[in-house]
Ligand binder design. Sequence first.
Ligand code: AR6
Length: 171
Amino acid sequence: MTTITLVRGDITDQSVDAIVNAANSSLLGGGGVDGAIHRRGGPEILEDCRRLRASHYGKGLPTGRAVATTAGALDARWVIHTVGPVFAEEEDRSELLASCYRESLRVADELDARTVAFPAVSAGIYGWPMDDAARIAVETVSAARTSVEEVRFVLFDEQAYDAFTRQVRSR
Ligand code: AR6
């Protein structure tokens, strides 16, 4: 059984086995949670990302996939980078967003990670409406077959925290 916990705060403050990053396919960093993770985790994370690009992801990590690197100076063993879809009115990309959670948990299982912190993937710069992002996140994690014992959603602001709380309560 995986326990879902909700925390309001900064994901880079978390002490867990793996911290999930809402990255982009370049794996070379960006703004939002990605920027915060690289700033706080230090240059080792970017070095690992560069190595992964060179060895496997020259064309970029595809949307919906996930890959692990060191967590550098963060209080975690790994950062799992996943690439969320950009929200689009004209196309339903929910399955790609669900895939981010499933793939991140699959990578976590490969690493034997037992505690995993997730941000609200795609719900910032990528524009996904928070309520729907929260629904997909909670539904997908609840349905996942994984050995991860705790999935901790770390929500940066009250709106995100409230959206995730409603989803967890309605289950
Ligand atoms: N801890 C927890 N949540 C955070 C933090 C933090 N330190 N900082 C922001 N959030 P975003 P995306 C929240 O934009 O939408 C980057 O440039 C934020 O409030 O980080 O998947 C990447 O390189 C929001 O609720 O990720 C990509 O290019 C959620 O995390 C692009 O942004 C996700 O917001 C990815 O966009």
